[in-house]
Design a protein around this ligand. Structure first.
Ligand code: PEP
Length: 255
């Protein structure tokens, strides 16, 4: 059975106190509401990682992830943070290939492949994001585009390496816009992605790969999205900043 995962992407938001408060609320709700069988990943900005990790403590089911890592192993790269350093602070996941990093920081597919290698080499689970722009969706070439993103940055991995990767399908036109892909659109793409993974790595690995949906998911639409057979959870931006909303999303699986 593949994992159900809900990951919160805090992006560049929240002060130290706000981050601590949000984390405490989430940990308490997760425990008090007896949430089971859903992996929660909190992806705050870098300085929050260690204090968030301390607050989460040994709470089973909640993990801490970074929003990025360097493609380099270490050394004189001012301002960068390596996968090796993140792992040494107890970080378990790292978001790679987010559309904001592809667009604003010009991260290309080759660079992302190297970042994926770094993450895996240090035991971090990459949450690898893919997704198409509105222009590409309207041109009807969205499936090819997304498959190509996977091929270019992930298909050099061995089956053993690939089996540690989580995929997040995030249509760019749905991120932070309030415009969610319909559950049918998400299912269609997730099924196509799984088929693409099967063609490279075989049915067994494709069947156990978690594929998350991201793009304006909220407590009102998560149930329908997560009810689709190939949608294994979500990567949540805006709604991850409010504890009640985020926990309601986490509770949206039919278990
Ligand atoms: C994201 O940034 O990964 C995201 C899905 O954002 P939002 O939920 O705000 O659309």
């Amino acid at each position: 059975m593949r994992k159900k995962i809900v990951a919160g992407n805090w992006k560049m938001n929240l002060s130290f106190e706000e981050g601590q408060q949000l984390t405490s609320e989430l940990v308490n709700m997760y425990r008090d509401e007896a949430i089971k069988d859903v992996v929660v990943v909190l992806n705050p900005p870098f300085p929050h990682l260690y204090p968030v990790q301390r607050l989460v403590g040994d709470m089973a089911g909640i993990f801490v992830g970074a929003q990025n890592c360097s493609d380099k192993e270490g050394g004189a790269f001012t301002g960068e943070v390596s996968a090796k350093i993140l792992a040494s602070f107890g970080v378990s996941y790292v978001i790679l290939g987010h559309s904001e990093r592809r667009e604003y920081f010009k991260e290309d597919q080759t660079l992302l492949a190297t970042k994926v290698n770094q993450a895996l080499a240090h035991g971090l689970t990459p949450i690898f994001c893919c997704g198409e722009s509105l222009e590409i969706r309207e041109s009807g070439t969205h499936e090819e585009k997304v498959m190509e993103q996977l091929t270019a940055s992930l298909f050099h991995l061995t089956p053993e390496e690939f089996s540690k990767v989580v995929i997040a399908y995030e249509p760019i036109w749905a991120i932070g816009t309030g415009k969610t892909a319909s559950a049918e659109q998400a299912q269609e793409m997730h099924a196509a992605l799984r088929g693409h993974l099967a063609s490279k790595y075989g049915q067994a690995i494709a069947a156990q790969t978690s594929i998350l949906y991201g793009g304006s998911a909220n407590p009102g639409n998560a149930k329908e999205l997560f009810g689709k057979p190939d949608v294994d959870g979500g990567l949540i931006g805006g709604a991850s900043l409010k504890s009640r909303d985020f926990i309601e999303i986490v509770k949206s699986f039919e278990i």
